[in-house]
Design a protein around this ligand. Structure first.
Ligand code: ZN
Length: 175
């Protein structure tokens, strides 16, 4: 089955996304044939199954952590890109737990994890686009978490090969 291109993949992810559910879409060199979709996926029906439309639905906690677990496989499957775009339902948090992937320990917080991923792949430019600034549960947003998320975005932008900003549908390249 042909994979969805970026725009429909984002639309579909948004449709399936609930308050407790987050997603990350990884695309290499703005090529819709070199794209993967990852989910936090605790509550989406069909968790841990290949979905046949948007890519394999990896299961995990924070979608960025799931994406980092899958990143080496994405490189193997699609070849190393010059540019890796990462589309997120929520901006990277500063709270997710440590993970170890491929012998590398990634620190607390998805923003710090993405910075380390960029440091580990200096030949790749990482462009991160988020739908909403993370503030915990959208039904009960936490101003302190939102402030930490703003700081995390600034921290990511101080990394030489990592840029982070809000996602705007109208500005998607090759949707
Ligand atoms: Zn996170």
């Amino acid at each position: 089955m042909p994979p969805l291109s970026l725009g429909p993949a984002i639309a579909r992810a948004r449709q399936l996304c609930g308050n407790a559910e987050v997603w990350a879409i990884l695309r290499f060199d703005q090529d819709n044939d070199r794209m993967e979709v990852y989910w936090s996926e605790r509550t989406v029906a069909g968790a841990q199954t290949p979905d046949g439309a948007g890519g394999f639905r990896h299961y995990g906690t924070h979608a960025e952590s799931v994406m980092i677990h899958g990143f080496a496989q994405a490189l193997a499957d699609h070849g190393a890109p010059r540019v890796a775009e990462i589309f997120l339902s929520r901006s990277p948090c500063s709270t997710s737990p440590l993970i170890t992937v491929g012998g590398v320990q990634y620190p607390e917080g998805c923003a710090s994890k993405l910075i380390l991923l960029a440091n580990q792949n200096p030949g790749i430019q990482f462009n991160v686009f988020y739908r909403n600034l993370y503030a915990g549960n959208p039904a009960n947003p936490d101003p302190a978490l939102r402030a930490r998320s703003s700081a995390a975005v600034m921290m990511m932008n101080s990394c030489p090969n990592l840029e982070a900003g809000p996602l705007e549908d109208g500005l998607l390249v090759n949707p």
